[in-house]
Design a protein around this ligand. Structure first.
Ligand SMILES: C[S@@+](CC[C@H](N)C(=O)[O-])C[C@H]1O[C@@H](n2cnc3c(N)ncnc32)[C@H](O)[C@@H]1O
Length: 420
């Protein structure tokens, strides 16, 4: 069902309400635009990150959550869907998910996309009509995420639901997030997850209004809206006492996630996303799930996304005339980084074994990864544990399959040095 006629010929009645558009700061200042939306002119490093997370994580969710549903149906909702793809053809989140729909025919993945800018919505529909399998069930609504929330929850019905909330600005209110995560469904388990993009610049800029006087009516409105988004004015003191706006946003994101956890029973994972290694986070991805596998896989996805992002920031040297071929140093640098991670995880595992006599991956994952959390992934964890096994310090042998459930115990040293 369309939220409003796409073919309306005058202006865009919604756009004046999209004041968060100005707060997002994701446009990168590009001027030479073909699209009517500067965000979609080029794919930014930070978008590489969130899209890789979706690419790795969503199939895991779909595989797991859909497996025990009698009709195999599950629902993906993209509340700020955008144009579907970038002007250079790079897929946006809707197109990435469309490819999952096509690839996972054993699941009935149904999608609802919401987009509040008319030009973007029109482009989105064209892309989806072209790229979605002809048998797929999907809808693209023109409207705001809040205005279409009832529709989205009704669309999900009793099926598992993964909702991607990816605004430019402040995003949904706290009660809306809670309503989504606490939706009731007939069936086993809640199977409701949210991946929320918490845009640092939007919160930092809006919070900065606290220091202005006098405020324009629009700034006043934004501060009040921020109270709604964060469920009360508690954040104002946090903002004012933080050393920098970026610190403030981090503290607010952490506290927001804790409050969502308390109101829903979900577990949260916070993933900082930067444009360059030395930058402060451009946004935080906040993931909420009730399932331990969700926590495991989102961390895994975040680490793989950070690898893809590093490669994006360090592309292979351009082809030259062959006289002075430039070497691509990235693979070697990456291998060095990975070797350090495995050493660190091994050392963390050794101290867990010494203190607890056991390495319990489901319980100890945070301690095991330690400083490598969000960088290393299961491959590195398995390599580190495999060394302890080879040294005769740990039983049983860690395998890649079901590593997330691995529980190993300390064994007395066999006194036989390992050969590798
Ligand atoms: C960051 S972009 C989305 C990118 C997309 N999710 C992707 O990954 O390719 C945010 C989109 O939300 C739209 N938008 C802004 N405010 C909105 C609202 N209140 N409800 C729905 N969409 C909105 C913007 O027009 C823009 O296309």
């Amino acid at each position: 069902m369309e939220g409003s006629a796409d073919s309306a010929s005058h202006g865009d009645p919604l756009e004046e309400d999209l004041e968060d558009y100005d707060l997002g700061g994701e446009t990168g200042g590009e001027q030479d635009v073909r699209s009517d939306d500067p965000f979609f002119v080029s794919k930014q490093a930070a978008a590489v990150f969130k899209h890789k997370i979706l690419k790795v994580y969503f199939p895991k969710f779909a595989g797991k959550a859909g497996s025990t549903e009698p009709d195999k149906r599950l629902v993906y909702v993209d509340t700020h869907a955008g144009r579907g793809s970038y002007d250079d053809g790079t897929p946006g989140s809707p197109l990435l998910i469309a490819r999952n729909v096509a690839a996972m025919s054993q699941r009935q993945i149904e999608c609802l996309f919401i987009e509040a800018r008319k030009g973007n919505h029109r482009h989105l529909k064209t892309i989806l009509e072209r790229e979605m399998p002809s048998t797929a069930r999907w809808e693209a609504l023109y409207g705001t995420a809040s205005g279409q929330l009832n529709e989205a929850l009704a669309y999900a019905g009793d099926s598992p639901l993964f909702m991607f909330i990816d605004p430019y600005g402040l995003g949904p209110t706290f009660p809306e997030v809670i309503r989504i995560l606490n939706r009731r469904r007939k069936g086993f388990g809640s199977k409701t997850e949210v991946l929320l993009n918490f845009i640092s610049g939007a919160f930092a800029r809006a919070g900065g209004y606290l220091r202005l006087s006098p405020l324009t009516p629009q700034q006043h409105k934004t501060l009040e809206h921020l109270d709604e988004v964060l469920n009360g004015p508690w954040w104002r003191q946090v903002y004012l006492s933080a050393a920098t706006p970026s610190d403030a946003v981090e503290q607010i994101a952490v506290e927001f996630a804790k409050r969502v956890e308390r109101s829903t029973g979900c577990r949260s994972t916070l993933i900082p996303v930067k444009n360059r290694a030395h930058h402060v986070p451009l946004y935080w991805l906040l993931h909420f799930t009730r399932h331990p596998d969700g926590v495991w896989w989102i961390r895994e996805a975040a680490s793989q996304a950070s690898a893809e992002w590093r490669r994006y920031c360090n592309p292979p040297p351009p082809e030259d005339d062959g006289l002075f071929p430039l070497e691509d140093e990235f693979p070697e640098e990456e291998a060095r980084r990975e070797a350090v991670w495995v050493d660190q995880i091994e050392s963390n595992a050794r101290s867990l074994l010494t203190h607890n006599g056991v390495v319990n991956v489901p319980l100890d994952a945070t301690a095991l990864f330690g400083n490598t959390l969000g960088l290393a992934w299961s491959k590195h964890l398995r390599q580190a544990l495999a060394r302890l096994y080879a040294d005769g310090r740990l039983e049983p042998k860690p395998m890649s399959d079901r590593l997330d459930k691995y529980v190993g115990t300390a064994v007395a040293a066999r006194g036989v040095p390992s050969s590798g």
